[in-house]
Design a protein around this ligand. Sequence first.
Ligand code: MD3
Ligand code: FE
Length: 202
Amino acid sequence: MLSVQPGVAVHPGYLTLDEQRALVAELRDAAKAAPFFTPTMPRTGKPFSVRMTNCGPLGWVSDAGGYRYQPLHPETGAPWPPIPALALRAWRDLGGDAREPQACLVNYYAAGARMGLHQDRDEETFDAPVVSLSLGDTAVFRIGGIARGGPTRSVKLASGDALVFGGEARLAYHGIDRVLGGTSGLLERGGRINLTLRRVTP
Ligand code: MD3
Ligand code: FE
């Protein structure tokens, strides 16, 4: 485990290659039940470059109605599928004594996709940590402090790496600058998948 800054822990190679393959297989099933969708920005309607789906009782969505958590897929109207077993195991291993996660956001980055610096603040509680798992091509992740415009640092996230954000880092600005194509053979079509596990209510 490496401490990047207070409240941010990186666990390089947390998932073995076999576990990464098993998690991808679980996600393939999840994506059949809850297809990836393209979120849009609430004010401008601009599409995200990242495609998303969710698992668990609540899923994060963004569209003209705003950013929010909801129990149903925005396009199919079906409940989200269960959180993959290996993701639940990561939460229990790394998430401290927090209650069960309520949301597992699954982000897919094709070549060229990125995510601008932002805070995760659509939850009703920031007491629980956020646990994130990376699969596929390596990403250049950027993390700063809780003030916009402060100093940031960049950390490469490879397939199988886990990150935990808790305490003062729970409201840190963060984003994905770019995904380094061809750095992993895990996903047949390349690109990167990130899972983030969260509690939404206290
Ligand atoms: C730091 N995802 O879904 S994961 C997101 O790789 C998101 O897809 C990125 O930011 C991705 O909101 C980064 C790492 C992460 C997730 C949640 C955090 C870092 C965080 C919440 C608070 C602080
Ligand atoms: Fe985020």
